[in-house]
Design a protein around this ligand. Structure first.
Ligand SMILES: [Mn+2]
Length: 318
């Protein structure tokens, strides 16, 4: 792993810096990219600094993307934030630069970069970016604070998930002191459309609970069409089963226009990232994603989650 200092040397020695993040962005993807780039713009007004990526959806209150030609990559340092593996990087031109740098908090299953700083214990890439900016004495203004705070609130589930530490609160406290509207940010992150709220309730009708504490729901194209929720917004249902006391680990399968399924894995205990890797996916120990081609693979995936949940329950009595 590279040090912050090595990465900062690479940043300083390049005139153009281009930030990439993952597809289907969440607040941490956009926030880590935006917070880092805004701070560098303040520190280095003469450098060309861009944020790229497609399909920002309704996250444009955090940042907007730059459209740049391929020629902009000539001699550039390219930095990916929050991107564990290459297929997930949005805008596949990330290889066109002079050097590739990875800043991430997912397990390092695909060490694709020339320089990388990866800390799977960090709750958000945005927290790592904050630590980087502090360590290298880079500016942290209100404009830098907003995206980083949004990223941390998003990835910690509003400071609920297990990777949240006292340090996370210290970071959040500093960011909150810079004049950002923390209520509005929390609202922006947790608000859903009426149709999405209906779907969050509806998903409970399709939830199958195994005696082990594992659960799953399949949201077919038919269900989504009836609920009037676009497929790319259906992931709003993913955290819903977590509120239920008896559920320890769960899958949400969302059917895609091509008939295959995007698979979400969530867990309160048993690690599920290795299970996701068996199905062309990956992620964090307690939150991962994968793909299933058909009903047979759905069955297989859920059987694996049931086995992991049973195994976990046998060793953890609380
Ligand atoms: Mn993240």
């Amino acid at each position: 792993m590279s040090s912050f200092q090595e990465i900062f040397e690479a940043i300083k020695s390049h005139q153009t810096i281009i930030f990439h993040r993952h597809r289907h962005p969440d607040p941490d993807a956009i926030g880590s990219q935006a917070g880092f780039s805004r701070s560098l713009k303040l520190a280095f007004p003469d450098k060309q600094i861009y944020c790229v990526g497609q399909d920002i959806g309704d996250l444009d209150w955090i940042n907007t993307m730059d459209e740049i030609p391929d020629s902009a990559y000539k001699g550039a340092a390219v930095i990916t934030t929050d991107c564990a593996d290459q297929p997930r990087i949005s805008d596949q031109r990330y290889r066109l630069g002079d050097i590739l740098i990875k800043i991430d908090h997912h397990p390092d299953i695909d060490p694709y970069a020339d320089l990388s700083y990866v800390d799977p214990a960090a709750p958000a890439a945005s927290e790592i970016v904050y630590d980087f900016l502090r360590a290298e004495n880079l500016p942290i203004t209100k404009e830098v604070a907003l995206p980083l705070y949004a990223g941390i609130v998003g990835d910690t589930g509003r400071f609920m998930y297990s990777e949240t530490t006292a340090h996370t609160f210290a970071v959040a406290s500093h960011l909150a002191s810079l004049g950002i509207d923390i209520n509005k940010i929390a609202r922006n992150i947790s608000e859903v459309t009426f149709a999405q709220a209906r779907l969050q309730n509806l998903v409970l009708n399709y939830l199958h609970l195994d005696p082990s504490g594992a659960a799953y729901a399949v949201l077919t194209t038919d269900i989504l069409t009836k609920a009037k929720v676009p497929v790319e917004e259906a992931s709003v249902t993913v955290s819903t089963p977590g509120r239920i006391k008896d559920i320890i680990a769960w899958n949400i399968f969302i059917q895609q226009p091509d008939g295959t399924y995007r698979v979400h894995y969530r867990s309160k205990g048993p690690a599920i990232d290795k299970l996701a890797q068996r199905h062309h996916g990956g992620g964090h120990a307690l939150a991962s994603g994968a793909n299933a081609k058909d009903q047979a693979e759905i069955k297989e995936i859920f059987a694996e989650v049931v086995a992991a949940t049973k195994e976990y329950s046998e060793h953890h009595v609380d």
